[in-house]
Write a protein that binds this ligand. Structure first.
Ligand SMILES: [Zn+2]
Length: 148
């Protein structure tokens, strides 16, 4: 398709992307921009750490710094779903080198799953033409992240 143009589905004419009404009378629906779900960092913190009874403000301010550090290292999407089956007293624990390897591993798994969903699935059995049964074990994102 030529750059900056789109094809009218009813007359196949190429028209400028901006055009909302084709000469043939076809009306182009405006594409609704997919809204990115907003990720609430505070919610991430509440999920991952146990806040003390007192001085929550100071606590969350400090924890937010740690979270931002982890978001820089990995991604916000990742931090939003990563699961440890427990809450920490502080994200300092996650930032530390102690858990870096575990986190790196989870992150790689996370990226692997995300990438995989972008591409259409191949039917290996149909293409190879062999009798071998390919057992498909698709792990869900949750499986990966729950792995310890
Ligand atoms: Zn048209």
């Amino acid at each position: 398709m030529p750059r900056g143009q789109k094809q009218c589905p009813s007359c196949d004419t190429f028209v400028a992307t901006r055009v909302s009404l084709c000469e043939c009378g076809h009306t182009f629906e405006k594409k609704k921009k997919a809204k990115k779900p907003t990720i609430n960092k505070q919610k991430i913190l509440e999920r991952l750490v146990i806040a003390p009874k007192d001085s929550k403000r100071v606590f969350y301010k400090r924890e937010m710094k740690h979270l931002n550090e982890l978001v820089d290292r990995y991604s916000l999407e990742f931090m939003n779903v990563v699961n440890f089956y427990r809450q920490f007293d502080s994200l300092a624990y996650l930032v530390s080198s102690k858990l870096k390897e575990t986190l790196d591993k989870k992150f790689r798994a996370f990226n692997y799953v995300v990438d995989e969903t972008r591409y259409p699935e191949y039917n290996i059995r149909a293409k190879s033409g062999k009798d071998r049964v390919v057992e498909k074990k698709r792990k869900t994102l949750k499986d990966f992240l729950d792995e310890k």
